[in-house]
Design a protein around this ligand. Structure first.
Ligand code: FAD
Ligand code: DLZ
Length: 510
């Protein structure tokens, strides 16, 4: 009897475990664009285009390889609005021996799929997702007995395990594990940032753009100037483009922000890694090759590999270790709703306006914008973790719960009590000014704190520190900042807190 093989929208890899022993002439592959998946959050229009178009291209490639594919195109009038309904309908017609699938990347859908065998009366075989470099069990073993998890130690284990950037003697290439200290340069326009890799939409993608414009017109963002890759071949060309043109400067300007450059020297590969068009090992190996051939310096290559081999695997490990309780964590007790300006971009704070505008246009903002601008602001403003997590899940083309949630709830909001990161990434306008040219174009004055035109990040920073004193008093990494706060005279502190109160009461007008 044939198997029914379900492939999800972020499982577009020919190496997928669900396809391992698939028989092209016999088994049936099922892929489905469905309302429930397209609507569980306000997905950016470009994210919908990317996923649907990449799914359609992948289905075509499977057919070229001889597979029979049942492809359910998005149809608001269809009887089937969920993956379960599509699978059940096809299973009813095919009467398969079993449903085969690869474990899903998010808890919500994973929990549903694990019940399907009961609802559908057909066995469901769920295979591990082998596209990650650390399995869930491996991560759980590493984490066992540790009260706090530190990415750096996990990353070193992963370097040893994969041999990436390791000498034959087992030492880190270049003599150090980490070159972060070299990776904090401000970018002042030179060297020029490369243009991002572009693919002009083919007919299939243009059809999907029309579909998204017709049925998802109220969703965030725009489909205008869609230029992401939607096939593995084009994603590999995007990887080559990054290695050739951006990687050499990736390290130096990794933390930089620019008022008029959206992409700087970042790879823009997360959309492809996360939907399966690229695999993490091929990306890391391509970067490592650039170091061995002298095409890129070690601070760039190590910094890049750390993001994928370290951070990406680390946050996934935490997600599966701590879900579902992790999503409910709110250790700082934040209750403020997300200010509307996150959706409208309507704000006089230049850094926020630029980050949100890039997000709206591109479905992309680079890591430092997500962490130190929109994230930092949500942390300082005490936004409810659930609200800000939903925003990040919606607005980025690379956003899936397993990677978005630990980054937002853990790294940005410190809502997990420091399980993921040893201190909150809270910062005043001074940091933003040091790493960008936004402040010189801003309506607010970054050198002021208490005045009406003072940068809101400044008073909000001290307000945050002051109101969370009990939460961080014992944290040695915060001690110096509390000492600085205490050193300010009382009137100054009072004026700063009053300005902070005013800002919190007027977030929508900033
Ligand atoms: P580069 O800067 O070129 O980095 C290379 C790769 O490293 C990325 O493609 C990505 O795969 C990986 N990477 C880097 N940092 C991280 C990280 N912290 N966690 C996981 N992977 C990382 N990344 C997502 O892929 N999806 C998300 O939904 C997501 N949400 C985020 C939310 C917040 C609040 C923050 C602070 C970060 C989030 N990140 C997320 C991590 C990071 O910002 C993006 O991976 C990165 O900006 C993607 O752009 P890039 O491919 O140009 O990355
Ligand atoms: C994100 C997404 C969207 C927008 N649409 C679909 C879809 O129509 N069909 C599908 O199979 N998957 C989709 N996805 C991805 C899933 O919602 C989910 O995030 C991942 O499968 C988690 O691993």
């Amino acid at each position: 009897m044939a198997n029914l093989i379900l492939i999800l929208g972020d499982q577009l890899s020919h190496t997928l475990s669900a396809l391992e022993d698939a028989a092209p002439g016999k088994d049936l592959v099922v892929m489905a664009e469905v309302h429930d998946e397209a609507s569980y959050t306000n997905h950016h229009k470009k994210k919908l285009v990317l996923i649907f178009s990449a799914m359609r291209h992948f289905a075509r490639e499977l057919e070229d390889r001889g597979f029979q594919v049942h492809y359910h195109q998005y149809d608001p009038a269809s009887q089937c609005q969920s993956l379960a309904q599509v699978v059940q309908e096809v299973a009813g017609q095919l009467n398969p021996e079993k449903v085969v699938t690869t474990e899903c990347g998010e808890y919500r859908l994973d929990a549903q799929i694990r019940q399907w065998h009961k609802q559908m009366g057909v066995p469901v075989e769920i295979r591990p997702d082998t596209r990650f470099l650390a399995s869930k069990d491996e991560f759980a073993r590493w984490a066992e007995g540790r009260r706090q998890l530190r990415m750096e130690f996990f990353y070193r284990e992963m370097r040893r395990k994969t041999g990436l950037l390791m000498t034959p003697e087992g030492d880190p290439e270049g003599g150090h594990w980490n070159y972060d200290g070299d990776n904090r340069r401000k970018w002042t326009g030179k060297p020029p940032a490369p243009a991002p890799f572009r693919v002009e939409p083919d007919q299939l993608t243009r059809d999907v753009i029309d579909l998204v414009e017709t049925h998802f017109s109220s969703h965030f963002g725009t489909t205008e100037d869609f230029h992401f890759a939607v096939t593995a071949d084009d994603a590999r060309a995007a990887l080559d483009h990054f290695i050739d043109f951006a990687l050499p400067c990736f390290g130096d300007y990794q933390d930089a922000m620019s008022d008029d450059e959206d992409w700087l020297f970042h790879s823009i590969l997360s959309p492809y890694l996360n939907c399966g068009l690229l695999e993490p090992m091929e990306v890391c190996e391509a970067a490592a090759r650039a170091w061995y051939t002298g095409q890129a310096p070690i601070n760039a290559v190590e910094g890049f590999v750390r993001q994928i081999l370290g951070w990406r695997e680390f946050v996934r490990g935490i997600y599966w270790l701590r879900m579902p309780d992790y999503a409910r964590e709110n250790r700082l007790g934040n209750q403020r709703p997300l200010p509307w300006l996150y959706w409208s971009g309507d704000t006089h704070m230049r850094c926020m306006q630029r980050a949100i505008d890039s997000t709206r246009r591109n479905g992309y903002a680079h890591h430092i914008q997500r962490l130190m601008v929109t994230g930092n602001f949500a942390l300082l403003a005490g936004v409810r973790p659930e609200d800000i997590c939903d925003w990040y899940l919606a607005v980025y083309v690379d956003a899936y719960d397993w990677v978005e949630l630990p980054n937002t709830l853990g790294m940005v909001m410190h809502a997990d009590g420091g399980y993921l990161g040893s201190k909150p990434y809270a910062a005043s306008g001074k940091y933003i000014n040091r790493m960008s040219d936004h402040c010189s174009q801003c309506a607010y004055n970054v050198n002021r704190t208490t005045e009406d035109d003072a940068c809101p990040f400044n008073a909000l920073y001290w307000h945050f520190m002051d109101r969370h004193r009990k939460d961080f008093d014992n944290n040695p990494r915060m001690r110096m900042m509390y000492r600085n706060w205490q050193r300010q005279d009382e009137d100054r502190r009072k004026a700063t807190l009053e300005r902070g109160d005013w800002l919190l009461a007027h977030l929508e007008t900033l």
